[in-house]
Design a protein around this ligand. Structure first.
Ligand SMILES: [Zn+2]
Length: 247
């Protein structure tokens, strides 16, 4: 399994970067996990829009799903459109982004599969397990297994024992860490810090930790240091074009 980061900015994309978006490949199958602002131009540096086999969206915030629109446009508006793109998301999560264009314009470009959290989900060669994690809107964290590799991704979430369960013994935990040490009071239930994520990575026994969704301007070294307070494994920070092979 290969993970390629398209972007890892929280909230809005910084110069030459993008918001949350990850290309996960196994056995020639290309799954996009989240498609935040500016991820499509990063994607198109590597593959064409019609080479995407499926999309999984953790939740309906635009820094995680806004670029579904340009991806669908790039498939629908060509002379020979490819087969409809399977898109997996929680019920209602994509209502807003799918309503951006005139009714029907992109209807043939995708097939929406609504996730039932906790049910078995197969996406191409990936066995997916999902958990509802605490955020302002419903957010489905996902554990993807294919070949010998396991990747766990939180989407956006406050601290929860379910993060540890989702990530148990994974090769890599890709974890939202918007803040370094302290999460502001009004966000404490719904977002995480690098320090909290390091604790969860240690509790879950993951082999590697990749911090993502850092607030723009955050010092990546400070985030790594905070996460490393409790976690002894390798800690990276997601930014455009980082590639990891799992296991
Ligand atoms: Zn969010």
């Amino acid at each position: 399994m290969r993970l390629r980061v398209l972007g890892g900015c929280g909230a809005w994309p910084e110069a030459r970067q993008a918001c949350s978006g990850y290309l996960v490949e196994h056995d020639g199958f290309r799954l996009l996990v989240d498609l935040g602002y500016a991820t499509v131009p990063r994607l198109l540096e590597h593959i064409t829009a019609d080479q995407v086999d499926a999309v999984y969206i953790s939740h309906g915030h635009p820094d995680h799903c806004a670029d579904l629109n340009p991806l669908l446009r790039a498939r629908a508006l060509r002379d020979d459109p490819p087969a409809p793109l399977p898109v997996y998301a929680l019920p209602g999560a994509l209502d807003a982004v799918l309503a951006l264009d005139r009714p029907g314009m992109l209807a043939a470009a995708y097939v929406l599969h609504e996730i039932t959290v906790g049910s078995r989900l197969d996406i191409g060669p990936f066995r997916a397990q999902t958990r509802l994690l605490p955020h302002w809107v419903p957010n489905a964290g996902v554990r993807l297994a294919a070949g010998d590799g396991v990747l766990a991704y939180t989407g956006d979430t406050g601290p929860s024992p379910d993060v540890v369960e989702l990530a148990r013994d994974a090769d890599l935990l890709l974890a939202e860490a918007t803040y370094v040490d302290e999460v502001p009071e009004d966000s404490r239930r719904y977002l995480s810090s690098a320090r909290q994520v390091g604790r969860q990575a240690a509790d879950a026994g993951v082999r590697h930790l990749l911090l993502t969704h850092l607030w723009p301007g955050t010092d990546p070294a400070a985030a790594r240091a905070a996460a490393g307070d409790r976690y002894d494994g390798e800690i990276g920070v997601a930014n455009a074009d980082l590639v990891r092979d799992l296991p």
